[in-house]
Write a protein that binds this ligand. Structure first.
Ligand SMILES: *Cc1c(COP(=O)(O)O)cnc(C)c1O
Length: 500
């Protein structure tokens, strides 16, 4: 539950913080408390700086925009209550905690006394009625103030393109992925494209990849001017099957792009061995796999380059588009940096043709702030996967749904994908009716997409990919999903297959 703490309540509580039940609930994370920045001077005046600092350790600061203030000023109600109401609504909070709920009468906000809040939190939880596939704003309480700090620095400096914030993120990401270098770019898609360009791959070249992936993997190969050559997947991991690669290698083959789909690494040893033998480059599409590992080594450090995405739905997402390429090669690092700025080196002298592939400093700010939480969130996802596995087993559902196995630890579960026989679409409709978010990644394998007709593939060419596209369904798994929600999901799947 997310609550705004009204200034009258905070003034009283700040005089005896140790005794405040509500502040202690916030400290224990039984609810998420916010204080409007406009309330701080009054609390400071009444209770002194130490007490304000102490409160701010347990609650986050919500800063009204000029527009929020404008609206509150224009309201017929007293300003303080009108602004609190506006903030609760605009930020999607649940209630305001106040000593005088009557001051909020006639306003469209739930106003609770500290006692009523306590009662609400102590009451048995309301039954779950909705589980979203992803709820990005649910993490704002954890990250928003740090994000705001980073973004304010950038806005005040005016340094929006590359610059120190992007460099700092690159260093931290290289460290996180245990590579020597990282280059921030404009998206995960552009990470793939720029990686291909850095290798000099273009017309006449072939690049081997999986047909069961997000469009960008193959789209980037075509945009680089080369030809994607698809190889079917392993039916357990959904990743490219290394045994099938060799027979697809021709004299034109230049690289392999294994995709670490859903957050689990491809079986990389045979891929790397083959690539070494044949002199091919390996670009990891690690867009879904930040923090995943293969035999103790992080995704992005396994091939010649690793490509990451900061799309908001990825495990480490920005407030918009962004991406990153990791590498251990100094040569590739230099190429990537040149191609990122139109091939310019020095400025306005172009030896190669690049593009605008730059990462915004503001996105780097968001990603930097969230990176501090990535390990926590990843462990929470892994815990949620364990919980699902157990719940499915306990509900005798394993004859009906196949659970996602962790073949290579560690799986980071960008998606938790179950698989079943013929009733996938029916189940999806059923779950949507029960207000459970679920999604198909991906309904049409790439070799059957209209835009790739000229590659002359046909239905039946990659039976495992086609089967996976018919049988898989992703369930809500993000770190914000709690056990009660997971129980609801499994209970509804039980109802679908086995009745009440
Ligand atoms: C998301 C994704 C991409 C593309 O990343 P964007 O940042 O959205 O451009 C590429 N490959 C895979 C496997 C992805 O999931």
């Amino acid at each position: 539950m997310q609550i705004l703490l009204d200034v009258d309540f905070l003034i009283q509580a700040s005089k005896n913080i140790a005794d405040s039940a509500v502040l202690s609930l916030c400290r224990q994370k039984r609810c998420q408390g916010w204080v409007a920045s406009t309330s701080i001077p009054a609390i400071w005046q009444e209770a002194g700086v130490r007490n304000v600092q102490s409160i701010l350790r347990d609650v986050a600061v919500l800063t009204p925009t000029a527009h929020d203030i404008d609206l509150a000023l224009g309201s017929k109600k007293p300003f303080t209550q009108a602004l609190a109401t506006r903030l609760v609504e605009a930020a999607g909070l649940d209630a305001v905690v106040t000593l005088a709920p009557e001051n909020f009468s006639g306003l469209t906000v739930e106003a609770l006394t500290p006692g009523q809040l306590q009662e609400k939190l102590d009451a048995p939880p309301e039954p779950v009625e909705e589980v979203r596939l992803l709820d990005i704003t649910a993490s704002y309480h954890q990250i928003l103030n740090e994000v705001e700090k980073e973004m304010a620095e950038t806005i005040r400096s005016g340094h929006f393109i590359l610059g120190p914030k992007v460099s700092r993120l690159e260093e931290r990401m290289a460290d996180y992925c245990q590579t020597k270098y990282a280059v921030g770019v404009s998206s995960g898609t552009d990470a793939l494209l720029i990686a291909l360009m850095a290798l000099g791959i273009g017309p006449g070249d072939e690049v081997i990849t999986s047909p069961y992936t997000f469009f960008a993997t193959a789209g980037s190969i075509i945009r680089a001017g080369a030809k994607p050559v698809f190889v079917d997947i392993n039916d357990i991991t959904f990743n490219i099957k290394p045994e099938h690669i060799e027979r697809c290698i021709t004299p034109n083959t230049k690289a392999i792009i294994p995709v670490h789909l859903y957050g689990q690494c491809t079986d990389m040893d045979p891929v790397l061995q083959l690539a070494g033998k044949k002199g091919l480059a390996v670009i990891e599409d690690a867009a879904q796999a930040i923090g995943s590992e293969y035999k103790g080594r992080p995704a992005g450090s396994l091939g010649d380059m690793g490509c990451f995405s900061f799309f908001p739905a990825k495990n480490l997402g920005g407030f918009g588009d962004g991406g990153l390429v990791t590498t251990n090669s100094k040569e590739l690092y230099k190429q990537l940096k040149i191609i990122r700025v139109h091939g310019s080196e020095p400025k306005y002298y172009h030896k190669v043709i690049g593009g605008n592939f730059r990462l915004d400093a503001l996105q780097a700010d968001v990603v930097s702030a969230k990176l501090n939480f990535l390990e926590d969130w990843t462990e929470k996802r892994r815990g949620n996967a364990q919980t699902y596995n157990q719940l499915f087993k306990d509900s005798a559902l394993t004859p009906f749904v196949q659970l996602p196995p962790e073949v290579f630890s560690r799986h980071v579960y960008n998606q938790y994908v179950i698989r079943m026989g013929s009733r996938r679409d029916e189940l999806r409709t059923f779950l949507n009716e029960k207000r459970i978010g679920c999604e198909i990644y991906y309904p049409i394998p790439l070799h059957l997409q209209d835009c790739f007709k000229s590659l002359s593939y046909k239905g039946g060419d990659f039976p495992e990919s086609e089967k996976a596209a018919r049988e898989t369904l992703a369930l809500p798994i993000s770190h914000e999903v709690d056990r009660a929600q997971q129980e609801y999901v499994v209970q509804m799947i039980h109802r679908f297959f086995l009745g009440e």
